[in-house]
Design a binder for this molecule. Structure first.
Ligand code: HEM
Length: 455
C-alpha cells in the first residue's frame, strides 16, 4: 500500500479540483440568479466550500508530488510509511468533516477556514506527520540540497506556524481587540498562501530541472536567490492582505514590492528553462512542458494586475470588488493549478507513458478549452470589478440594482466561461484519473509499466 500513497493523494487532489470547479459553477449560478439553491446551501456556505475544496486540490496534489518525488525520483526510503498512511487517513477524515460542517451549517470558523474550528486539530496533526516523515527521510541522505528540497521543507514548517496563527482569534486576547484580530487574521492568510506557494513553486523548479535534466536549475544562484526572496516574502509580503488595517504606509509598500519581485524571478527562471530545453526533451514531457508554458503566461498576466492594484489610487477603487477575486482566482487557477497539473502529467508520464500518449489529443484539447475559458473568465471579473469600482465613487450613482443589471451580461459570460473551465479540466483530468486509479487498484508488484525516471 505504501507505494500507492502518493497516488492516493493525487487522485483525491484531482477529484477535489473537479469538485471545486463544479461548486464554483454553482456559485456562478448564484451570481446570475441569487435564488438558486439559496434554501439548500446559500452563498455564504457554498463559497467557503468552494475555497476549501480548491485549497484541498492544491495541498493534496502538492503533497502527493513531494512523497512521490522523494521516494521514486530521489529513490529514498520513506522514513515511516505508516505515518504517511495516517497522514492520508487524517486528511480524508478532515475532508469529510469539513463537508459535513458546511452542509449542515455547523461552522464557526473564519473566512477561508470557515468550517468547525475543531477540525483544524487533525489537519494540523497531518502536517506534523508530513513534516516528521519529510525531514527524517531526507536527513543525511542528500548532500547539498537542491533548492526545491529547501522549499518543500520550509513550506511544511511555515504551514504549521501560520495555520496555528490563523486560529489565534480563538484566544480572547486577539478576538477582543478588533484591529489586532483583523491584522493577525489577514496576515496569517497571506503567509498561509505563501507556505503552500513554497510547495508549489518548489514543484515547478523540480519539474524544470527534471525535464531539462539540468541540475543547475535547482542548484543555481538564481534559484537560491528566489528561495530567499520567497521566504522573506512569506514573512513580510502579507501586508497587502491587511490594507484596511491602520498601519505605516512603508510596510505596505515594502510588502508590495517584495511580492512583485518574487514573480519576476519566477518568470525569469521559466524563461531560462524554455531556452535551455532541447527539442527531444520537450517532446518526452510534452504535456507537462505545455502546462509550465501556460504558467509563464499567467504569471505575467497576474503580475500586471497585481502591479496595477497595488497603486494606492487604484486600490481605493478595486478593494472589495471582483478585481480582488480576479487576483485570487487568477493566481490559484493560473499559477498554482497549471504547475500542479504539469506535476501530475509528469508523474502520469513516468508511470504510464503509453496510456498518457493515447490521451494526448484529448488533454491538449482540454488544455486549450481551459486556457481560453479562463482568459474570458478572468476578463469578465476584471470588467465587473471596474464597473463596481467606478460606481462606488460616482457623485451621482445609479441605484445598486441598476448597476447589477448593467453587469449581468458579463456575469452570464463569467458563468459560461466557468463551465468552460470545468469542461476543459474534465478533458485533462479524466485520462489522468484513469491512470492513477488503475495504479491504485493493481496489486503490488504486478508488471504494469514501470517508472522510467532517472535517479
Ligand atoms: C478551477 C479551479 C478554481 C480555483 C483554484 C478557484 C479559486 C477560488 C478562490 C481562491 C476563491 C476566493 C476568492 C476570494 O476570496 O477573493 C474563489 C471564489 C469564487 N470562485 Fe473560484 N476557483 C476555481 C474555479 C471556479 C469556477 C470554475 C467558477 C465558476 C464560475 C468559480 C467561481 C467562483 C466564485 C463565484 C467565487 C466567489 C467570489 C466572491 O467572493 O464573490 N471558481 N475561487
Amino acid at each position: 500500500v505504501k507505494d500507492k500513497i502518493p497516488f492516493a493523494f493525487i487522485t483525491l487532489g484531482l477529484l477535489a479540483l473537479l469538485g471545486g470547479a463544479f461548486i464554483g459553477c454553482l456559485l456562478g449560478f448564484q451570481y446570475v440568479s441569487p435564488e438558486f439553491l439559496k434554501d439548500e446551501i446559500p452563498f455564504n456556505r457554498l463559497r467557503p466550500m468552494h475555497v476549501s475544496t480548491v485549497v484541498g486540490w492544491i495541498i493534496l496534489t502538492a503533497t502527493g508530488g513531494v512523497y512521490y518525488y522523494i521516494s521514486k525520483v530521489h529513490h529514498l526510503k520513506i522514513y515511516a510509511p505508516k505515518l504517511a498512511k495516517t497522514h492520508l487517513i487524517l486528511f480524508i477524515l478532515c475532508m469529510i468533516g469539513i463537508y459535513i460542517s458546511y452542509l449542515t451549517g455547523n461552522m464557526g470558523g473564519r473566512e477561508y477556514l470557515a468550517y468547525l474550528p475543531l477540525i483544524s486539530i487533525p489537519v494540523f496533526l497531518g502536517w506534523v506527520l508530513f513534516g516528521i516523515n519529510y525531514f527524517k527521510t531526507l536527513k543525511g541522505k542528500i548532500k547539498g540540497w537542491p533548492v526545491y528540497l529547501w522549499m518543500w521543507g520550509t513550506g511544511i514548517v511555515f504551514m504549521l506556524i501560520h495555520f496555528t496563527e490563523a486560529h489565534l482569534w480563538l484566544l480572547p486576547y486577539f478576538r477582543e481587540n478588533f484591529v489586532r484580530d483583523l491584522t493577525v487574521q489577514w496576515k496569517s492568510y497571506g503567509s498561509f498562501v505563501g507556505s503552500w506557494n513554497m510547495l508549489v513553486y518548489g514543484t515547478a523548479i523540480f519539474l524544470m530541472s527534471r525535464i531539462t535534466g539540468d541540475d543547475k536549475i535547482g542548484r543555481g544562484k538564481k534559484a537560491f536567490f528566489f528561495f530567499f526572496l520567497g521566504l522573506s516574502n512569506l514573512m513580510m509580503g502579507w501586508a497587502h492582505h491587511t490594507y484596511v488595517v491602520p498601519t505605516q504606509p512603508w510596510v505596505r509598500y515594502l510588502a508590495y514590492a517584495m511580492s512583485m519581485t518574487e514573480w519576476i524571478i519566477i518568470i525569469s527562471i521559466i524563461q531560462d528553462f524554455r531556452k535551455s530545453i532541447g527539442k527531444e526533451k520537450k517532446q518526452h514531457n510534452n504535456l507537462a512542458y505545455k502546462f509550465l508554458m501556460a504558467t509563464d503566461v499567467w504569471v505575467f498576466i497576474n503580475l500586471l494586475l497585481a502591479l496595477f492594484i497595488s497603486i494606492p489610487a487604484f486600490n481605493m477603487y478595486t478593494h472589495g470588488t471582483l478585481i480582488t477575486v480576479a487576483h485570487s482566482m487568477g493566481t490559484t487557477i493560473g499559477i498554482n493549478t497549471t504547475i500542479l497539473l504539469a506535476s501530475v502529467l509528469f508523474i502520469a508520464n513516468s508511470i504510464s507513458k503509453n496510456t498518457l500518449k493515447k490521451s494526448s489529443k484529448q488533454i491538449t484539447f482540454g488544455y486549450w478549452v481551459f486556457n481560453v475559458s479562463f482568459l474570458v473568465f478572468f476578463t469578465c471579473l476584471l470588467i465587473g470589478g471596474i464597473m463596481k469600482g467606478i460606481w462606488q465613487y460616482e457623485a451621482d450613482p445609479v441605484p445598486f440594482g441598476q448597476m447589477q443589471q448593467d453587469m449581468s451580461s458579463y456575469m452570464y459570460l463569467f458563468l459560461a466561461s466557468g463551465i468552460g473551465i470545468l469542461f476543459g479540466l474534465l478533458n485533462i483530468i479524466y485520462p489522468m484519473l484513469h491512470i492513477f486509479l488503475v495504479r491504485l487498484m493493481v496489486p503490488k508488484n504486478s508488471d504494469i509499466e514501470h517508472s522510467d525516471l532517472d535517479g
